[in-house]
Every structure is written in C-alpha cells, then in structure tokens.
Design a protein around this ligand. Structure first.
Ligand SMILES: [Ca+2]
Length: 280
C-alpha cells in the first residue's frame, strides 16, 4: 500500500513537471520575438509570439511621447561609484563592471605617479535621453540614434547596457540609415588617453553595413555587418589607445553607422557607456 501510494505520488509529480516544462516552452516562444514591429504600434514586452520575420529586427519609429531627458541623476551616481576602468585611470562607466575594475584602480593610480584621471566625455551613457545636449545627434530615419526600450524595442539585443538609454546605429530594414553621435572636448596634455565604449551587434544584414568610430575624422575603430560579433547578444568592451590626441587641444569623437537594407533586414550596432580617460 505504502509503496503504491508513493509511486502514485511520483507519477503525479512527474506529470506536474512535464506540465511545467510545457509551460516554460510556451513562454520561451514569446521570448523569440527579437525586435519591434515596424508598423509603429508599440508591441510592448509581450512581443508578437515569435514570428521572427526579417522585419522583427528593425527599430520602432521614434515617437514624440518618449520619456525624454530623465535619468541624469543615474549617470552621476553610477560614474561616481566606479573608481576606474580597465586601465585604472578611467572614471568608469557602469556599475556592472565594478567588480572587474575596482581591483586595478589602486595599482594604476600609483604607477601613473600623480596622474589625475579624468573622463572628458559628457553623458557617456546617453542617459540625458533622446535629445541629450551633450552629443550632436543625427539619424536619417529616426531623428535621433538614442533609444530606450519603450521607444525602440531592443532589436534582438540587450537594450541599454546601463541605465535607460543607449545609441542604436542601424535598425532600419527597408531604407538606408546613417546615424551619428559626436562630441567635442579637450583632451588634457599628458602621457596617455584611453577611449572605451561598449558595443553589441546582435543582428546583421549585410557586410556592406559599417560602423566607425573617428577622432577628428580619422577612423580609430571600425566594424561591419560581417563582424565576428554579429548575432552575439551582450555588449563587448572596446578599448582604444588615443594617447596621440592627448595634447591639450580640442578633438571631436564620432560614432557613425551607415546601413543599407540589402536583404531587407537590419544591422544593429548598439553603443553605450563611452568614456575617454586622460591624465591631467
Ligand atoms: Ca546608457
């Protein structure tokens, strides 16, 4: 009797687990919706149930009802909490890298001998919103490259790496799109300067699509729609030595995406958490 009851109980439990798994699979289908509808209707977090058509990777048209320029306080808070980037001289970008970078801070600070690291980029996390005054913004189709999830969707990617906003280059399945964010600042005269930014390329359409980072119109980083990172969800840190520009003069940093719609899909270059750290 007892063993029979136990088996019966096990069978019921097993059926319950199967039912749970089936439920989990059904939920997973919803999650396969990797982008936004292009019809302008907010799809919301529920998505379209995983149709996964080629248009699903595009960006929603920017609407006028965006939440706008909130979040400045968030930027300040996260920057203050960081303490140092990969080189240890950066005032950091986001809380998620804190564990990695904190350990290098003390070392580098001492080895640079009196260097006072300063991040010359304003609003490097784009948290001042869709029309952040810290950056000069252009976009052929969307008015601004700056996105939040509510306005743009995620294009198959993470969305913001930190905070609420990030810069999305591309995202247009049917038309050519050129988008830029640029900023001019003075890089102190010193021995070193390091540019860091986080890049994600969750979807690619064509190798002809390009992403470039320039300093004074000189390309210092480039990727294409044929990049090895295409299709990878998750931001990757890019670190570029820009010490050649540490001369006390003004310099202009630009992020630029040029994407076509060759195969009627989108290439999505996502950028967040930009910093340029120099000694002064
Ligand atoms: Ca951000």
């Amino acid at each position: 009797m007892d063993s029979g009851s136990a088996r019966g109980l096990a069978l019921v439990s097993g059926l319950f687990i199967v039912a749970q798994l089936a439920g989990a699979c059904a939920t997973g289908v919803t999650d396969t919706d990797i982008g936004e509808d292009d019809d302008g209707a907010p799809s919301g977090p529920t998505g379209a149930g995983g149709a996964a058509s080629s248009t699903g990777v595009g960006r929603m048209p920017t609407s006028a009802s965006q939440s706008g320029s909130g979040g400045a306080g968030t930027t300040t808070a996260t920057t203050g909490g960081m303490g140092g980037a990969t080189t240890g001289t950066t005032a950091a970008t986001t809380t998620t890298t804190t564990a990695t970078t904190t350990t290098t801070t003390a070392t580098t600070t001492t080895t640079t001998g009196g260097c006072t690291p300063v991040d010359v980029v304003s609003d490097g996390g784009y948290e001042l919103g869709l029309n952040t005054p810290a950056w000069t913004l252009t976009s052929t189709n969307f008015g601004t490259p700056i996105c939040d999830v509510a306005g743009c969707g995620t294009g198959g990617g993470t969305g913001p790496r930190s905070g609420t906003f990030w810069a999305w280059f591309g995202g247009e399945p049917f038309y050519s799109e050129t988008a830029t964010t640029s900023q001019t600042f003075v890089i102190p005269n010193g021995s070193m300067a390091t540019l860091e930014f986080w890049l994600e390329i969750p979807v690619c359409d064509s190798i002809l699509d390009t992403f470039e980072v320039t300093m004074d119109n000189t390309i210092i980083y480039a990727a294409t729609g044929g990049d090895a990172a295409c299709g990878n969800v998750g931001y990757q840190l890019k670190t570029i030595n820009v010490s050649a520009y540490a001369d006390g003069g003004q310099h202009t940093l630009m992020f630029r995406g040029d994407t076509s719609a060759l195969f009627l899909s989108a290439t999505n270059f996502m950028v967040d958490d930009v910093s340029l750290t120099a000694c002064q």
